[in-house]
Design a protein around this ligand. Structure first.
Ligand SMILES: [Zn+2]
Length: 231
């Protein structure tokens, strides 16, 4: 018995392939969703490739913080994604993790695969860098994608607000300038990344103010009150 599903029951000619971009800060579950999506499509008899670049494992794998993992094709800058798909028998979809690090040319190739070759492309990645500026590849995906979805799997700033932006922390202080891409072992190296809400990313506050800082802040608040009272 053939299993009918929403995807397989639709004649392929009746449905355009899609380019979708899922974005969010670190730890929001992008890689977990990428792996889940690959699993679901595979179960429906569809054939896909899983691609990544600079995965946290350091190897050609998609790994998620909750412990899932899968071998993947590492996308180096010279890889032609159309040629890659052409080199396989039949490819129905691509899972592109860490797509924010692909080249602009590779994003165009993804669009070609959708429009010219009928391949569904599901791209995952960060939208913006540690300065809250958009990665060029992410920007191009925003421009070209059929659908763009923000992922928010309860990753919170220290203040409890939704975490929207990644901060780069170098030697305990928030960096405002530097190379757009610095990948390291974010646990052991002096460079780490931290998810913050917009307010605390813009203000550069990495943690709850200490008791001393809070007292200073309250004092500053009081003298401001005095100022406004005397004005
Ligand atoms: Zn915050």
């Amino acid at each position: 018995m053939t299993e009918l599903s929403a995807l397989s029951s639709v004649p392929s000619a009746a449905r355009d392939a899609v380019l979708k971009f899922y974005f969010g800060p670190m730890d929001c579950g992008k890689s977990t969703l990428a792996l889940q999506m690959n699993y679901n499509h595979g179960r429906q008899g569809r054939r896909g490739l899983v691609l990544t670049k600079h995965d946290r494992s350091g190897g050609p794998k998609v790994t998620s913080r909750i412990g899932l993992g899968l071998d993947a094709i590492e996308v180096d800058d010279s890889l032609d994604l159309v040629e890659l798909v052409r080199g396989h028998d039949r490819i129905d979809y691509l899972i592109c993790d860490e797509a924010c690090f692909y080249t602009l040319e590779q994003i165009e190739q993804l669009a070609d695969l959708v429009d010219e070759h009928g391949v569904d492309v599901y791209a995952f990645g960060l939208a913006s860098d540690f300065r809250s500026r958009m990665f060029p590849a992410a920007q191009r995906l925003f421009e070209l994608a059929d659908e763009v979805c923000r992922l928010q799997v309860e990753v919170l700033c220290w203040c409890g607000r939704p975490g929207l932006l990644n901060a780069r922390v170098v030697g305990g202080a928030m960096a405002r300038s530097g190379e757009q891409v610095v990948i390291g072992d974010t646990d052991a190296s002096p460079v780490r990344y931290q998810v913050l809400c917009r307010r605390h990313h813009r203000g550069g506050q990495l943690a709850v103010p200490s008791a001393d800082e809070a007292a200073l802040g309250a004092e500053a608040g009081r003298s401001q009150e005095n100022l406004s009272a005397s004005a």
